[in-house]
Structure formats: structure tokens, C-alpha cells
Design a protein around this ligand. Structure first.
Ligand code: 5RP
Length: 218
């Protein structure tokens, strides 16, 4: 089974969590793209979705699902998104697709966070995947120097501008033994919008797709 087939499998399993909810929060990435394709078949039950990126917005619109503003919907019942890494405490490292800030906002505004991923994303310790940090453009070099002090090696994701008009530093070589502390420390650096650690608001349910089916952790 290819990683993409595992993503498709887990995306299909996530449909269960959309039932009975007229408004959904929808993340970003290749796993979520499969979910959107499945949602196209049940769109009659969906009033609309709050989208975490321009990419997701376009895909939702393409399949005929109205995109709603989080300011108008109020709190959401469910948010479904992928991850680059997820640890046994359901804390995640996200932002490989650069949508981390809006993902974090919608995750925070949702009662249930469903993480969908292929099983290769399950790790014991976060940090092997470079940690994305979204920063205000003028702060890029300053923030990079501060990240070096924390033991990381930041690399500017060149030619990428986020949906919010900012830039991304991918921080390599971090072994994140205390994700909550690291999330807070990085977010305290002036110029940082947010970083890709989802430790203070972990997932509530993790669905992992693999060759033997979908494993549900909750
Ligand atoms: C985007 C993300 C994605 O959820 C993460 O990168 C996983 O993506 P994929 O489903 O393509 O493996 O955080 O910002």
C-alpha cells in the first residue's frame, strides 16, 4: 500500500466524524484533499466549511461546498486535519503545507480535533520533521538567530509567502522533549506569528491509516 493509499483510507474513515454536523472545520494537505473528495459525495448534508487555507478553499468550492467565515460560524463542533508528526500524547507537528496559523486558529475554535494521517506520521518524539515557524517578513533574520539559540537550524522556505502574507522558517535538528514549553518559547519571540507545534491544543482523536486498515486512538 502506498502512503497516498493510506491517506485515502484514513480520509474515508474520518467521514464518520462529519455526520450530524452542518458546519465543518477543514485543514490543509494531501490527506485532507482526499477527505474533501469524499465530502463531495455527502455535500447535501453540509451547510458549509471553515477553511484553513486558500488551497483548501479552492478545493472545497470546486466540489460545491460553501466556504464560511469563522467570524460568522462561532465555535465549531469538529475540525479535521492532517499532521506531519503526531506523538503518543496526540500532540502534533504541523505546517509542512504552510497553513499552520489558520490551522491552529480553527483547531482552537473547535470542540473536537480529529487528526488524520498515514501511520508513518506517528512518532515518539516530535522534531525529526523540520518545525515550521511563520514569521513577519522583517523579523526573519532576527527570529532565525533566536531559533539558533534554542538549538535549531532554521532554513528560510524561499519563494513561499503564506496566505497571511508572511514567510516561513523551517527549523531542523530540534529534539522536542517538551512540546508545550517549546511551543510557548518560540511563540514568545517577537515577529513570530505561530509555530507548527500543536501541543497546547492536541488532537482529541487520531486516525492512522496503514496496510492493515485504520487505527483509531482516542
Ligand atoms: C499543512 C499541514 C498538513 O496537515 C501536514 O503538512 C500534513 O500534510 P499531508 O496530509 O499532505 O501529509 O499541516 O500546513
Amino acid at each position: 500500500m502506498t502512503p497516498d493509499e493510506m491517506k485515502k483510507l484514513v480520509a474515508q474513515a474520518a467521514l464518520e466524524y462529519t455526520k450530524g454536523h452542518a458546519v465543518l472545520g477543514i485543514g490543509t494537505g494531501s490527506t485532507v484533499n482526499h477527505l474533501i473528495d469524499f465530502l463531495a459525495d455527502v455535500k447535501g448534508d453540509i451547510e458549509g466549511a471553515v477553511s484553513s487555507s486558500v488551497m483548501t478553499t479552492e478545493r472545497l468550492k470546486k466540489v460545491g461546498i460553501p466556504v464560511l467565515d469563522l467570524n460568522d460560524t462561532g465555535p465549531l463542533e469538529v475540525y479535521i486535519d492532517g499532521a506531519d508528526e503526531v506523538n503518543p500524547h496526540f500532540q502534533m507537528l504541523k505546517g509542512g503545507g504552510g497553513a499552520l496559523t489558520r490551522e491552529k486558529i480553527i483547531g482552537a475554535a473547535s470542540r473536537q480535533f480529529i487528526c488524520i494521517a498515514d501511520e508513518s506520521k506517528a512518532v515518539d518524539v516530535l522534531g525529526k520533521f523540520p518545525l515550521p515557524v511563520e514569521v513577519i517578513p522583517m523579523s526573519r533574520s532576527y527570529v532565525a538567530r533566536e531559533l539558533v539559540k534554542l538549538g535549531g537550524q532554521p532554513v528560510w522556505r524561499e519563494n513561499v509567502v503564506t496566505d497571511n502574507g508572511n514567510v516561513i522558517l523551517d527549523v531542523h535538528n530540534l529534539t522536542i522533549l517538551n512540546p508545550k514549553e517549546m511551543e510557548q518559547t518560540i511563540n514568545n519571540i517577537p515577529g513570530v506569528i505561530t509555530n507548527g507545534l500543536f501541543a497546547w491544543r492536541p488532537a482529541d482523536v487520531v486516525l492512522l491509516g496503514g496496510p492493515n486498515g485504520v487505527r483509531k486512538l482516542e
